[in-house]
Design a protein around this ligand. Structure first.
Ligand SMILES: C[S@@+](CC[C@H](N)C(=O)[O-])C[C@H]1O[C@@H](n2cnc3c(N)ncnc32)[C@H](O)[C@@H]1O
Length: 188
């Protein structure tokens, strides 16, 4: 029993980059940075079981769109349940790697990401994939659009700043989360 629990925690950390799902405090901090008073094209990346998706769907207007990108289809039932109970909201689930959604320039007004960026730097191609993803964010974000990302340590803050060519607009610290997290806001 304890061994299974330990194995699950290890798998969560290695594959998803987290111990348990994000807290309501972290979700409120990040989603609270979005101005929902206008129609938005939103991209959420790495939804998992959907703590951010739920709040995004709740707050978005009916003339906004939300693309939810999650590479693992095992989380589909959670996201599909949210979509089903909010039929008036335009939400689409994509089971693909995020790079497949970052192909149109200046498209998204908001990119909100839970991607475990730190894990990408451990890959064989060193920083190449990490940079492809961050460059994709900048490419796909509209002028004036906002990219929101959390990390437990400020591991890739400087990589994001290097690609966007400027300092973060804001870095918040949210202690009430497992683990406590930093929230980056970067506008284009
Ligand atoms: C840290 S978890 C976040 C889950 C949830 N959003 C939360 O904050 O509780 C990261 C998620 O990103 C997904 N993911 C990892 N690499 C991805 C990629 N290249 N494209 C899309 N999703 C990816 C993982 O499957 C995982 O569900």
């Amino acid at each position: 029993m304890a061994i299974n629990f330990y194995k699950k925690i290890r798998r969560n950390i290695n594959e998803d980059g987290l111990i348990v799902g994000s807290s309501g405090f972290l979700v409120s901090n990040m989603v609270g940075k979005i101005d929902f008073g206008q129609p938005l094209r939103i991209l959420e990346i790495g939804s998992g079981k959907g703590p951010f998706t739920k709040e995004l769907i709740r707050r978005m207007s009916t003339d906004s769109t939300l693309d939810v990108c999650e590479i693992k289809s095992e989380y589909n039932p959670w996201i599909e349940r949210l979509m089903k109970s909010n039929p008036s909201k335009k939400v689409k689930l994509h089971n693909s790697c995020v790079t497949e959604l970052l192909t149109t320039a200046n498209y998204y007004d908001v990119i909100i990401s839970s991607l475990p960026l730190k894990n990408f730097t451990r890959m064989n191609d060193q920083n190449a994939f990490l940079y492809r993803v961050i460059e994709g964010f900048k490419f796909a974000l509209s002028d004036g659009g906002i990219y929101l990302q959390y990390q437990y340590f400020k591991s890739n803050k400087s990589d994001i700043e290097a690609v966007f060519g400027k300092e973060m607009d804001k870095v918040d610290f949210v202690p009430l989360n497992i683990l406590p997290a930093f929230v980056y806001s970067m506008t284009k």
